[in-house]
Design a protein around this ligand. Sequence first.
Ligand SMILES: Cc1cc2nc3c(=O)[nH]c(=O)nc-3n(C[C@H](O)[C@H](O)[C@H](O)COP(=O)(O)OP(=O)(O)OC[C@H]3O[C@@H](n4cnc5c(N)ncnc54)[C@H](O)[C@@H]3O)c2cc1C
Ligand SMILES: O=C([O-])CC(=O)C(=O)O
Length: 331
Amino acid sequence: MKHVRVAVVGAGVVGLSTAVCIAEALPHCSVTLLAEKFSPDTTSDGAAGILWPVTLPDIPLERQRSWLKDSFDHLLAIAQSQHSPEAGVMLSSGWTIFKEVPANKKPHFSDLVIGFRNMTDNEMKRFPDHKFGHAFTTLKCECSSYLLWLEKRFRKAGGQVEKRKVNSLQELSNSYDIIVNCSGLGSKTLVGDSEVYPVRGQVLKVEAPWLKHFIRDGDGKTYIYPGIHSVTIGGTRQEDDWRLEVDKGDTQGILERCSQLEPSLSKAKVLSEWVGLRPSRKCPRVEREVVRLQGRSVPVVHNYGHGAWGVTLAWGTAQDALGLVRNASMK
Ligand SMILES: Cc1cc2nc3c(=O)[nH]c(=O)nc-3n(C[C@H](O)[C@H](O)[C@H](O)COP(=O)(O)OP(=O)(O)OC[C@H]3O[C@@H](n4cnc5c(N)ncnc54)[C@H](O)[C@@H]3O)c2cc1C
Ligand SMILES: O=C([O-])CC(=O)C(=O)O
């Protein structure tokens, strides 16, 4: 089989997952990961890191369920292995609570997470402003640990890493046969996708080792996710807001809303505050196109636009991207 040179652009959770999948599954490909920023400076580093069983608009249900299932199985295998502490992947149990009873009390993902059930009236008593809830077990990543672990796994599979900004895909066309675009929000300029936009999110890490269960309001604005070293509390969802500075008003709002759900948080020490820009799009773009670069037709596999769900979907969409690269590399 002919040797194929693959460039993966982007070293967030999506790029690293995709690079690992290709490097491990396609021995006839040499894979180079190119990125302007690596851990700890990517959006993925600051994510709360929960695998959230999201429902996406416009992606066929079967396809999004397979993204969720692949990601869940992958992270579960790590959580149940000796790699769990180094990779920073753990099981996480808790509750999603809703102010209004949802139309569908048994969502499509109820068989994908562990132990899904509706909350009992007794459990709901501590949340007097909420009418209904789900209880289940999912997975959570300490993202910086997980990214470093993925990078190590990628290098072990023979992958090369290069820190550089790619200003145009033209720059890569002489050195690579296939380009995989995992540049997140960078796709707005790198491939001129005007559908990509930032959704600003602010979170705090607090010291509250007595908290062991996650709590998330169904509106997505308030959440509490206990992790290995700290508890992540949030959040905000501010569309088209490019500010990367911490907003003290947001910090105050997060502390107030989270303490309403979990009063003991008023006793927790704030360890850090962080802002990230979710690489949002109506739905993630996972597809192949052929682009004319310096007179050559180069396959470009896109895998970006995961918005609030990059940790959740990265391994699943990486499997799809792997399939697209495999096909392109056989031609
Ligand atoms: C506050 C907050 C909380 C979150 N919590 C969760 C959560 O609990 N669960 C969940 O699933 N998701 C969560 N997310 C969403 C998650 O962070 C994103 O979906 C995810 O990080 C996207 O990953 P990515 O690899 O596509 O992008 P990024 O992590 O942004 O990585 C993009 C990479 O591309 C590189 N790049 C871009 N342009 C270029 C270029 N021109 N040349 C070279 N390199 C380039 C960058 O340098 C970087 O390496 C959260 C987000 C925020 C903001
Ligand atoms: O919504 C959540 O629970 C966490 C998350 O993914 C985000 O803030 O983007």
